[in-house]
Ligand binder design. Structure first.
Ligand SMILES: Nc1ncnc2c1ncn2[C@@H]1O[C@H](COP(=O)(O)OP(=O)(O)O)[C@@H](O)[C@H]1O
Ligand SMILES: [Mg+2]
Length: 362
């Protein structure tokens, strides 16, 4: 997958921006607070139909402007597409080849990107909800069925929770909801399990490739049910077992909305043992494993976005990372300073100053 052009109108601090990317390596340079991350954010938006930084989309619209617009053209082998998003204060319109699409499931997965930014390190210590979000977001990139099952599950969950708030609960209706929810969970658990297996297959090797540190990295899937026995029947039993507790607490206490993924180093919870440097390398290895996962599941290479991360790695790791990416994934990097060792590497530079593209220094 190669992003060819990107156009922004009234997005964040950009009034008008047009960029033609290099098919391999791109460097967005500029001082702090000039719009480098904003530019990557616009690409993420076309991948996920939302920002990776904020929930309130109004903030994406340039101050005092009525709407923001993002457009990009990208290529998969011979096939080209144009994606667009118009963000208004009360919603958004998504466009594929200039035609509006109604469902985000028809849009997500067309352009796949993986972004790595320094804030990703918070994920390890964050609430389980944030790690579930990552699981959902990444699996959704390879399967619209997963997204649809997840949306249906969440609707049933809302319904079930509001039913449980009542003084006297209609248990026949609860039975129906439990059966529906069990059905949706079957696919979700299966795909989460396979996702984690695939990541685990790669992550230690990728970690070793990036750093000399000889440790074992893996992710434990904290499933709501004994994974080996995950059937429609065992899932329905799970609901039966927790029903009295749910009625007492007025909320659904079990299910895929309570799951988690635990990052581990040598079989121990990473948050208990890892140094900051190890955490950074684990996250980087996870991102590299995600690239491979998406590529092998979809047959298309996602685009890698590296936001301000080179400066946090020592030189040998920076070089290693660029080597690993080179030729397989198109890459867009942001940096305040371009490292010396990149002198001999081919890349296209875009110098950003106050939301404007200025002549590159090279
Ligand atoms: N909706 C908006 N309208 C105008 N400017 C904005 C908007 N949102 C963010 N900005 C500006 O964008 C700049 C930050 O851009 P960012 O991409 O995060 O910087 P960096 O180059 O350091 O990555 C700030 O100057 C901020 O004021
Ligand atoms: Mg930034």
């Amino acid at each position: 997958m190669i992003i060819e052009t990107l156009k922004l109108r009234n997005f964040r601090n950009y009034e008008n921006l047009e960029i033609a990317f290099d098919p391999k390596l791109n460097v967005i340079s500029g001082r702090n607070a000039q719009g480098k991350t904003n530019l990557l954010e616009s690409i993420v938006y076309l991948s996920l139909t939302r920002s990776h930084r904020i929930l309130n989309e109004k903030k994406l619209i340039r101050e005092d402007m009525p709407f923001a617009e993002i457009r990009c053209t990208f290529r998969n082998g011979e096939e080209s597409r144009e994606l667009g998003a118009v963000i208004h204060p009360h919603g958004k319109t998504l466009l594929v080849n200039r035609y509006p699409v109604k469902k985000s499931s028809d849009f997500i997965g067309l352009l796949n990107v993986v972004i790595f930014s320094p804030d990703d390190l918070y994920l390890f210590n964050d609430m389980p909800k944030e790690r579930r979000k990552v699981m959902n977001q990444e699996i959704t990139k390879i399967s619209s069925k997963y997204l649809l099952a997840l949306n249906r599950y969440q609707n049933f969950l809302r319904e079930r929770n509001s039913l449980l708030k009542n003084h006297s609960v209609d248990e026949t209706y609860l039975d129906i909801l439990d059966e529906q929810m069990a059905k949706e969970q079957l696919l979700i658990i299966e795909m989460r399990r396979s996702f984690i297996q695939r990541i685990n297959h790669q992550i230690t090797d990728l970690y070793h490739e990036l750093s000399e540190d000889d440790i074992n990295v893996n992710i434990r899937y904290k499933c709501c049910i004994d994974e080996e026995e995950c059937t429609l029947e065992t899932l329905q039993n799970m609901y039966r077992t927790c029903r009295s507790r749910d009625l007492e607490n007025h909320v659904s206490t079990s299910g895929i909305h309570r799951e988690d993924m635990i990052f581990r180093i040598d079989e121990k919870d990473l948050t208990q043992t890892a140094s900051q440097g190890q955490k950074r390398m684990v996250m980087l290895a996870f991102k590299m494993a995600l690239l491979k996962y998406i590529r092998s599941e979809t047959g298309k290479s996602p685009v890698l976005l590296l936001d301000d991360v080179l400066s946090e790695l020592d030189m040998s790791r920076q070089k290693k990372l660029l080597e690993m990416v080179n030729d397989t994934y198109q890459c867009v990097i942001t940096a305040t300073e371009i490292p010396e060792h990149m002198k001999n590497v081919h890349y296209k530079e875009f110098y950003i100053h106050q939301g404007r593209l200025e002549t590159a220094r090279r």
